[in-house]
Write a protein that binds this ligand. Structure first.
Ligand code: BES
Ligand code: ZN
Length: 456
C-alpha cells in the first residue's frame, strides 16, 4: 500500500477526526486545579477507550495526582514512543472568552477554519494528530508501521510532579529508540520546525506577611509596614536597567550561543516586528544587546506571572494589606540548575526583607533546559517528510517554552527526543480563546503519516 492511500484516507476521515477531537475537548481536564481531578481522570479514560478502539492495548496508570495513559503496539522496525499531554491550562479570566472554553466548535475566521476551545492546540489537538495518523494507517494497512508506545501525561501544565518517579519505575517499559513529542509549533506559523532545544522552568510563589490583619490605611499607614510595598520593591529589583537579572549566580550555566547555531537562527530571518506586532507590542524587552531569538530561545528569563495583595474588588478600599504575594517563574537554559536558582532566589529575597516582614514560599515545579541530539536518522527522515507536506524545508529551531519530559527521556531513559508540532503563534495557548487551525490538525495528521512512512 502506498502512502497516498493513507493520505487519502486521512483527507476523507477529517470530519470524523474533528468530531473525536471535539469530544476530548469537552472534558475540562485542568490539571493545576484540584477541583478538576475527576475530569483529568475522565480525559485519561477517553484516551484509553480511543486507543482500545484502534485495537491498541492501553491502560490508565495511577500516580499520586493525575493518571498516565500507556499503550503498546508490537511490531518490527524502529521502536518509537509518542508523548502528548491531555491536561490543559486554567481558563480564567473567563469573561475574555467569546464562548465556553469547554464547549468547542469549528469557527470560520478571516484566516480560515479554526477549532476553538481550551486545549485545542495545547495539547489535545496536537496529540490527536498522531493518534489520527495511526488510525488512518491502520485502516489502510491493517497494522501500524512499526513498534509504538503511546505515553500521555495529565500533569504537564502543572509541573509534572509524578513524571520522574513514573519514568524511574517504568524504565524498561517506556524506553524506545526515539521519542516523538507533538507539543510545539511551526516557525512563524508557516515553516515546519523541528525544535532542538527547550528552556527549563523554576516556578516559585513568594508570600510576604506584615501586620497580622488588614488595617485601616489612614489609622496605621505611615507607621505600619506594607507587605505590598516590600514585595513590589523586591520584584522591581529583579532586573537592572539593561534587563539583566540581578539574583546572584543566576547566570551560572548559561552558555554562549555556539556560532553555528547563531548562523542557523540568523538564516531564519525572524520577523520580530510582526511577532510582537501581532500581540500589540513593538520593542523586544529582553536584555540589551541580544537578538530577539536569543531572548526567546537561548537566554533565561524571570517573569512575574501574577501579583496578589490588598483590595482588588470593585470600587476602592483604603486598606493596608496583611499579605502580598507573587507567582514568579524563571525560564532556564544551558545547565542552569533549577534547584540552585530557587535557593539563590530565596536568599536574595531574604536579604531584602525589612523588620516585621515574614516570608514563606510555595514551590511550583523545577525542570532543567534540554538540548536535543539530532544525529538519529529520524531527524533527516522527518525533515524530508515535513518538507513534502508543507512545501517548505523544515527548520531546526529553538523553543522558548518548556516540556519537562524531553529532558527526562534523555536523563532517565537514555532516549533522544524529536519535537515536532503544528501549533501556530496566534493559537493563544494558555490565553483566552485558544484555537487550533483546521489546517494544523489536517496537515499535522498527514505529516505524521509521512513521518511514520519515512522512519518505519
Ligand atoms: N506546549 C507547551 C510548550 C510550548 C510553548 C512549546 C510554546 C512551544 C511553544 C507546554 O504545554 C507548556 O506550556 N508547558 C509549560 C510547562 C511548565 C508548566 C512546566 C510551559 O512552558 O509553561
Ligand atoms: Zn503543551
Amino acid at each position: 500500500m502506498t502512502l497516498d492511500a493513507t493520505l487519502a484516507r486521512i483527507d476523507a476521515g477529517l470530519p470524523a477526526a474533528i468530531e473525536r477531537l471535539l469530544e476530548l475537548l469537552r472534558i475540562p481536564s485542568i490539571s493545576t486545579d484540584p477541583a478538576y481531578a475527576a475530569e483529568c481522570d475522565r480525559a485519561a479514560d477517553w484516551l484509553v477507550a480511543d486507543l482500545n478502539a484502534l485495537g491498541i492495548e492501553a491502560e490508565k496508570r495511577k500516580t499520586p495526582k493525575h493518571p498516565m495513559v500507556v499503550g503498546h503496539v508490537p511490531g518490527d522496525g524502529p521502536h518509537i514512543l509518542f508523548y502528548g499531554h491531555y491536561d490543559v491550562q486554567p481558563v480564567d479570566p473567563l469573561t475574555l472568552w467569546d464562548r465556553d472554553p469547554f464547549d468547542p466548535a469549528i469557527e470560520d475566521t478571516a484566516k480560515g477554519k479554526v477549532i476553538r476551545g481550551r486545549g485545542s492546540s495545547d495539547d489535545k489537538g496536537q496529540l490527536m494528530t498522531f493518534v489520527e495518523a495511526c488510525r488512518a494507517w491502520k485502516e489502510v494497512h491493517g497494522t501500524l508501521p512499526c513498534r509504538i508506545t503511546f505515553f500521555f501525561e495529565g500533569e504537564e501544565e502543572s509541573g509534572s510532579p509524578s513524571l520522574v518517579p513514573f519514568l524511574e519505575a517504568n524504565k524498561d517499559e517506556l524506553k524506545a529508540d526515539i521519542a516523538l513529542i507533538c507539543d510545539t509549533g511551526l516557525f512563524e506559523s508557516r515553516v515546519p520546525a523541528i525544535m532542538t532545544q527547550l528552556r527549563g522552568l523554576c516556578g516559585e510563589e513568594i508570600i510576604l506577611t506584615g501586620p497580622d490583619k488588614d488595617l485601616h490605611s489612614g489609622m496605621y499607614g505611615g507607621a505600619a509596614i506594607n507587605p505590598a510595598r516590600v514585595l513590589t520593591r523586591i520584584l522591581g529589583n529583579l532586573f537592572d536597567d539593561t534587563g539583566r537579572i540581578q539574583i546572584p549566580h543566576f547566570y551560572d550555566g548559561v552558555p554562549d550561543l555556539p556560532e553555528d547555531i547563531a548562523a542557523q537562527w540568523q538564516a531564519l530571518n525572524f520577523d520580530h516586528g510582526s511577532f510582537l506586532g501581532d500581540v500589540g507590542l513593538s520593542t523586544p524587552a529582553g536584555e540589551q544587546g541580544r537578538t530577539p531569538l536569543e531572548m526567546l530561545w537561548s537566554q533565561p528569563t524571570a517573569e512575574i506571572n501574577g501579583i496578589i495583595g490588598g483590595y482588588t474588588g470593585d470600587g476602592f478600599k483604603t486598606v493596608l494589606p496583611s499579605q502580598a504575594s507573587a507567582k514568579v517563574s524563571f525560564r532556564l537554559v544551558g545547565s542552569q540548575d533549577p534547584h540552585a536558582i530557587r535557593k539563590n532566589f530565596r536568599a536574595w529575597v531574604e536579604a531584602q526583607l525589612p523588620d516585621d516582614i515574614k516570608v514563606s514560599y510555595v514551590e511550583h515545579g523545577a525542570s532543567p533546559a534540554s538540548q536535543m541530539a539530532t544525529d538519529h536518522p529520524a531527524f533527516e527522515q522527518a525533515r524530508a517528510a515535513l518538507g513534502a507536506e508543507w512545501g517548505h524545508e523544515a527548520a531546526f529551531t529553538g523553543c522558548g517554552g518548556s516540556i519537562p519530559v524531553a529532558g527526562y527521556f534523555k536523563s532517565i531513559l537514555g532516549m533522544d527526543t524529536m519535537l515536532v508540532g503544528w501549533a501556530k503563534d496566534d493559537d493563544q495557548i494558555h490565553s483566552p480563546n485558544e484555537k487550533y487551525d483546521v489546517e494544523s490538525f489536517h496537515k499535522g495528521i498527514r505529516s505524521w503519516a509521512r513521518i511514520l512512512d519515512a522512519i518505519r
